[in-house]
Design a protein around this ligand. Sequence first.
Ligand code: UD1
Length: 420
Amino acid sequence: MNKLVIQGGHRLDGELRISGAKNAALPILAATLLTEDTVSIRNLPHLHDITTMIELLGCMGVKLSMDEQMRIDVRADSITEFSAPYELVKTMRASILVLGPMLARFGRAHVSFPGGCAIGSRPVDLHLRGLEAMGAEVTVDGGYINARVDGRLHGARILFETVTVGGTENIMMAAALAEGRTIIENAAREPEVVDLAQCLLAMGARISGHGTDTIVIDGVERLHGCDYAVMPDRIETGTYLVAAAATGGRIHLRHTCPETLEVVVQKLREAGADIEEGDDWVSLDMHGRRPRAVSIKTAPYPGFPTDMQAQFTALNAIAEGTATVIETVFENRLIQAHEMNRMGAHIVIEGNTAIITGQPQLQGAPVMASDLRASASLVIAALVAQGETVIDRIYHIDRGYECIEEKLQQLGADIRRSRE
Ligand code: UD1
């Protein structure tokens, strides 16, 4: 099984190009099911989750061709299979995003209940209730969701009781082809939802209010092809900024969008980092200093992203002072703390709160990755620690970080992949 072997203690210093956003690319790939025309997608990240989504679309009969720049042409003009099988869906929760588009265009979908990260129970009840409000008949049988509608879905007013990114995306895609107007209230405002809306607009959809908590979609009879470039990955950007800050280093990130990272940048400044930003770049300089502890509380956008929580836990583990990290979006998402404590961190978990007393030094140790962002936090801890850390089960990290070892090597880190 693949492992990452890291010799810590090197200050990161250098420049990187940020990849396309995984969490925007996945719904955009699912949205290609909404038209029989060719949709060309550029700036797709080279990631395991993207391959899984491509495989899933391929299984359904979608034609895909890709060039070496990861530009992909997708044509869903001859769907033969209306099912998303457990074998694929279990490895990636975002597979649920094919449900809305399939139902809206073909009137039926058979999708396995998703698996995904081990970060607590992650239901899809809000997706299903939203589709039911639009006229779908939904049953659950043998671990599969069966959804059907006679004719077209119809518009509805959908009020989400919890802000859900995937739920907002599924309903927005379904509503694009529904009859009449759909209003999503308490909608997710995440930049990836906005990116999907922009792609749908380029396909001829009628959507307004994306980026606010009320999205209005006027359904159209058909959507057409388009050429769309996926937005830069704000979580990858944030992860490298934190890695540089934790090592006292400096970094310049190109082809990114600092505007989507405001609260993360604010917290890094609080930790003592000098940060400059332009429209599509951001640079951070820690001037060799040890970071100061910063407390955070996760919340839906524009709050502090849950996908950056683990990385800040790692930063706090070696910071000066004590911090609390409160996770309000997912349960069980502080699991990385136990592995970090094996490296000499001092983290106490109480319910959904981690109390972290920063240590002057961490020590390398064998550790195990448990989910995508938790793995990134272990990499950050390992970069700072004295001696060697071996991170096992890094398939989690390959789901969300493109060429992580090459990128970190480019910044001067001593990191390699072992296939033992
Ligand atoms: C997306 C992101 C993920 C990020 C998360 C929160 C993708 C592919 N993944 O996940 O990286 O961590 O947003 O920003 O974009 N919930 C329900 N019922 C539902 C749906 C959600 O109770 O039907 C709850 C969840 O359990 C969770 C909260 O709502 O507590 C937020 O989940 P949601 O925003 O849906 O997360 P994802 O879309 O799965």
